[in-house]
Write a protein that binds this ligand. Structure first.
Ligand SMILES: [Zn+2]
Length: 143
């Protein structure tokens, strides 16, 4: 006799069962499957000094590239290309490194995030991914 194929409901139950958290004491820090390696490294990097800030427009520069105007962020470059045109307000948003949410002065976006001076993370991702890792219990050798 052929085994009947599971119905959709049964499939859901089987899937849920497989993803039940294991009941050990080990703390599982959230991570997203679609993250690239640098995103995983970013949340695990305990040396980064994240500071909560309100995003303000910063100086950008425009260059011509293949017929397009391309915007750069002045503080990301030591030397600007000779044809760069400076624009004091041009860099008007950042993206959360973990979920790509826009952080901007613009009213329809989040205005605050955490930054280490280079990268930005939105408040939600900081609270979800970074904060629990920072508060993790230290080993017996703590001072
Ligand atoms: Zn985010």
């Amino acid at each position: 006799m052929k085994r009947p194929k599971p119905t959709d409901l049964e499939k859901i139950i089987i899937t849920k069962f497989q993803y039940l958290p294991d009941m050990s004491d080990e703390i599982i820090y959230p991570i997203e499957e679609w993250w690239m390696d640098d995103q995983k490294e970013l949340v695990e990097d305990n040396l980064r000094n994240w500071v909560k800030k309100t995003f303000k427009n910063v100086q950008g520069f425009w260059i011509q590239k293949d017929g397009y105007k391309v915007l750069g962020k002045v503080s990301d470059h030591e030397d600007l290309p000779p044809d760069a045109v400076l624009d004091n307000n041009a860099w008007d948003h950042e993206h959360c490194d973990l979920c790509h949410e826009t952080i901007s002065e613009h009213e329809s976006y989040q205005h605050e995030g955490y930054t280490d001076g280079k990268d930005w993370i939105c408040i939600e991702c900081f609270d979800k991914y970074i904060a629990p890792r920072r508060n993790r219990p230290k080993g017996a050798a703590s001072s």
